[in-house]
Design a protein around this ligand. Structure first.
Ligand code: ACO
Length: 485
């Protein structure tokens, strides 16, 4: 060994003993989600009322799409304010020191300053602590950015760059569509997740499966507008195709990892299955789609016994079935109990707030956590499917720890989400006419500068950050609404 390599390896050894005194030569244990905060707007439009206002047949949005309420923001809120709110609330509720964060990454597709990240705006919250040593910026690809940010945060904790501090993942979006058939699939919200070791929700290693390719199903080429360009039918086909690919690969990797190449990995092995939710009906179809994948993976000779009556489908190819009504119905019927048990509890927020884009999947995780008693969550394996148009997608899983003792990390995580249901209930319903006017106000003023927003402040939830003013150089200043209403 020469002098330099000796010196380097000594330095390396010193570095491996990090500031927290932990031995860095090994992966930290149980890396995953320690705490979660979710924020959604205080106002919503009722989907039954919206059906009437839009002149579509009764039931199209509520039954056909499976949506009840859609959250939206006035011009007082933008992506920066949503993320400021959710981070502030996470830190306050969980008593987290700003100095304890070493990595912060934002997943969003709601762009304001293009080259300037939302993460850089969030750095204002860290100023008082003096902590400027925080890696990470923004990650963008439609609804997938939050997942990419989560993977990066977990990778940071597991890497040689880790210094013992925790990471913060923030995902936020305002999902708005121009007037027309996509408008009822909007929503808005933000989520913040604290990532570190010894977490109660542990990311599974070695099974992550991704599917990425080029598609123009949904994108935002007009930078002067907040609305996307959408090919609705293509976006559904892309979503379902990505799901097939990710699930097949996830199953393959699981079989390999758990040592038995012949052991079938299928829906029945998963305790909960969560999806990015553009609208709840698509999620129900997606769960049925996983059963269709299990069917395809089944040895033909076992089909009559395992799937009686469905032998007629045994020669079909997955890629020919995206809009096949017979197959869709057969597998929706067959998977009904699995849907009720493994997926429906995760749709509370998707049904009540709408598509939040990047936070949607994680709103599913929160819904699952608040729909169950802690003792029913312990030890469960949860599969998650993340999809972002364009397209980027992954299936991954996490397992919930077994320790449900009072004061345990799982108990803390879940009990700190107790505010969500009352917060949903305390929202105000806004008539569709007013909602439509608010959308027009946003459209008119989106690029205006200088600009003072028109939206009221007293309708915001207590402690919400809002846009106070945009100056002639488009520089935005924010204020916080009073902590008590
Ligand atoms: N009662 C009950 N159901 C009804 C009624 C009624 N009165 N009327 C219609 N429906 C059903 C339809 O049969 C259909 O259900 P089905 O597909 O199970 O048969 C459903 O309601 C929707 O009706 P469509 O006519 O298919 O709706 P439309 O084409 O007008 O719009 C769409 C739906 C394409 C999803 C649109 O809202 C859209 O473009 N949304 C944005 C794109 C999107 O969310 N894509 C998903 C993945 S990408 C992403 O996450 C952004």
């Amino acid at each position: 060994m020469d002098a330099c390599s000796h010196l380097c390896s000594t330095e390396d050894a010193v570095l491996r003993k990090n500031v927290a005194g932990q031995n860095m030569s090994q992966w930290p244990d149980d890396v995953g989600i320690i705490a979660i905060e979710l924020y959604f707007p205080s106002q919503y439009v009722d989907q039954t009322e919206l059906e009437k206002y839009d002149g579509v047949s009764a039931g199209k949005y509520t039954i056909g799409l499976g949506q009840s309420k859609m959250g939206f923001c006035t011009d007082r809120e933008d992506i920066n304010s949503l993320c400021l709110t959710v981070v502030t609330k996470l830190m306050e509720r969980n008593h987290i020191e700003y100095s304890s964060i070493g990595h912060l990454e934002v997943g969003t597709e709601t762009l304001l300053d293009k080259s300037k990240s939302v993460k850089s705006v969030l750095m204002q919250l860290f100023e008082q602590s003096g902590n400027t040593d925080i890696e990470g910026v923004d990650t963008i690809n439609a609804c997938y950015g939050g997942t990419a940010a989560l993977f990066n945060a977990v990778a940071w904790v597991e890497s040689s760059a880790w210094d013992g501090r925790n990471a913060l993942v923030v995902a936020g979006d305002i999902a708005m569509y121009a007037k027309g058939n996509a408008r009822p699939t909007g929503g808005a919200g933000a989520i913040a997740m604290l990532i570190g070791s010894n977490a109660p929700l542990v990311m599974d290693r070695g099974v992550r499966a991704s599917y990425m390719r080029h598609a123009y199903d949904f994108y935002k080429p007009d930078l002067s507008s907040e609305y996307p360009t959408v090919d609705g039918k293509l976006s559904i086909q892309c979503y379902l195709s990505a799901l097939d690919h990710c699930y097949q690969l996830y199953c393959k990797k699981s079989r390999k990892l758990y040592g038995n190449e012949n052991q079938h990995v299928e829906l029945s092995n998963l305790d909960a299955v969560l999806f990015h939710s553009p609208f709840c009906k698509l999620v129900q179809k997606s769960l049925a789609r996983l059963m269709l994948n299990d069917f395809v993976n089944t040895n033909k000779k076992d089909i009559p016994e395992k799937y009686p009556g469905l032998e007629k489908f045994s020669d079909m190819k997955l890629e020919d079935t995206y809009f096949d009504r017979d197959i869709e119905k057969a597998f929706m019927d067959l998977s009904k109990d699995f849907f009720e048990d493994k997926t429906k509890p995760s749709l509370l927020l998707a049904n009540q707030v709408g598509n939040m884009y990047t936070p949607s999947l994680y709103g599913g995780l929160v819904s699952l956590l608040i729909s169950n008693k802690v003792e029913n969550l312990a030890g469960k394996r949860v599969a998650l499917f993340s999809y972002g148009s364009g397209l980027a997608s992954s299936m991954f899983s996490l397992h919930i720890t077994n320790n449900i003792a009072k004061g345990s990390s799982l108990d803390k995580l879940v009990s700190n989400l107790a505010y969500i249901k009352p917060m949903l209930e305390s929202r105000q319903s806004v008539p569709p006419e007013k909602f439509s006017e608010i959308m027009e106000t946003r459209e008119r003023n989106h690029r205006k500068a200088p600009y003072t927003p028109e939206g009221p402040i007293d309708t915001l939830f207590p402690g919400t950050w809002y846009l106070e003013y945009k100056d002639e150089k488009h520089r935005r200043t924010y204020k916080r609404s009073p902590l008590v209403s």
